[in-house]
Design a protein around this ligand. Sequence first.
Ligand SMILES: Cc1cc2nc3c(=O)[nH]c(=O)nc-3n(C[C@H](O)[C@H](O)[C@H](O)COP(=O)(O)OP(=O)(O)OC[C@H]3O[C@@H](n4cnc5c(N)ncnc54)[C@H](O)[C@@H]3O)c2cc1C
Length: 415
Amino acid sequence: MRYSAWSLVRGALSGHRHWAPAWHDAVPREKYDVLIIGGGGHGLATAYYLAKNHGLTNVAVVERGWIGGGNTGRNTTIVRSNYLFAESARLYDFSLRLYEGLSRDLNFNIMLSQRGLVMLAHSRHDLDSMSRWANAMRMNGIAAELLTREQVAQMAPALDLSPRARLPILGGFAQRRAGTARHDAVAWGYARAASARGVHILQNCEVRGFIRGGGAIVGVDTSRGRILAERIGIAAAGHSSVLAKMAGFKLPVTSYALQAMVSEPIKPILDTVVLSPGTGAYVSQSDKGEIVLGAMLDLFPSYAQRGSFAVKQAIVAATLALFPAFSRLQLLRQWAGIVDVVHDSSPIIGPTPIPGLYINCGWGTGGFKAIPVGGWTLAHALATGQNHPLAEPFQLQRFVTGRLIDEAAASGIAH
Ligand SMILES: Cc1cc2nc3c(=O)[nH]c(=O)nc-3n(C[C@H](O)[C@H](O)[C@H](O)COP(=O)(O)OP(=O)(O)OC[C@H]3O[C@@H](n4cnc5c(N)ncnc54)[C@H](O)[C@@H]3O)c2cc1C
C-alpha cells in the first residue's frame, strides 16, 4: 500500500481499521542468496539496496530483538557530513544526499529536518582548528560557514553568551544542510520498502553460530533454526566483534556505552543542533519539544545499555553552562547504546578474511547519518563481490597497510 494523502483520507473514512502491516513477519526459508545479520538501519538499508539496486530479493535480515531496537533507535538523530578527509567527506555527503531524497524514495516520512548544526569554539585554539576544518570541507565541495560570536547567538539565542559565561563562546562554524531525522522512521521506512520488494525480515532470530563448508561460511545457526546463504553480511554495530569471534577472525573494534537523555517537552526554543566539542555535550530539540542531550563515550568497554553516572553528570553540567535556562527542566529519560569504536574513528565496509562473509561496522558514535551509504556500499559488495569506490578506502586491510583515515585525530570527530 502506498502512503499518500488519499490513503490517509481512505483510512480515516474506514475508521483506520484497514491499514496493512508495514512489513511482513516472515517465516525463515531454508536458504537465501544473501543473509544480513542485524536489523538496525545499516542491515535494513543493505537489504533494501540489494533489492532496489541489484535486483536481489531472495534476501533475509535476521535480528535478535526487534528491528531498530539497537543503536538505530537509541541515537540522537543527527545527520551531517562535516568531516575533514576527502574519503570521509565523499562517503558522508553521499549519505546526506541520499537522506535528502529518502522520504520520497521509501514513500515513508523520515522527518528530515535540515535545521543546521553549529560547532562552538570555546577558545582561540578551537577557532583555529575550526577554520582549518571548515576550509577542508569547502575544498571537499561541502558548504561550511565560519561564524562570529554574534552569528552563533543568532542561530541559538538561548546560549549563554554573557561576559560571565562559564564556557566562553568565541564563534564557531556551521553546516546548514545538517540536521536531524526521525531514527525509528529510518528503520521502519527501510524495513517496509525492503519487505515490499520481497525481503524477509526475521525478528527474534539471534545468530548463535556460523555453518562452515569448504573453508567458507555457508549459513548461520539461529534461535529459529539453521539458515543457509550464499553470502552473509554482518551489520551488528556493538556486537560486531562478538560475531567476528564466532566466525573466527578478529576486528579492531572496541564496544563502549554511549548515552543520551531527553527532557520534558517544551515550546520551541532551539532551532538548530549545537555541539560543543570541547565538553562533549551536544543539544537539539526534538519535534515533540524534548531537549535531547548527547554525551561523550563511557570510556571503558561495556555491553550494558545504561551508561555511568559520571558522564551523565558531566554532560548535564556542560549543557546547563551553555543553556542556563534549561536548569528548570525535568529529565524524562536516559539510555545508552553499545557503539563499535575503531581506533581511527572510520568505518569498515567490505569483505572479511572469511570467504562469503562481509561486514559493515566501526561507525562508533556516528553511524546514524551513514545508514543510507552504509547500506548502499555493503549491498554493492554483497551483490558484486567488489568494493564500492566510496568504500574502497574503508577496508579492514587498512589496519595492515597503515593507511588509516584518522578522523578522531584530524577533526576530533566524536559523533
Ligand atoms: C546514544 C547514542 C547517540 C548517537 N547519536 C548519533 C547521532 O546523533 N548521529 C549519528 O550519526 N549517529 C549516532 N549514534 C550512532 C548510531 O546510532 C549508530 O552508529 C548506528 O545506529 C548503527 O546502526 P547499525 O544498524 O549498524 O546498528 P544497530 O542499530 O545497533 O543494529 C545492529 C543490530 O544487530 C542486532 N544483533 C546483534 N547481535 C546479533 C545477533 N547475534 N543476531 C542477530 N542480530 C544481532 C542488534 O540487536 C541490533 O538491532 C549514536 C549512538 C548512540 C548509542
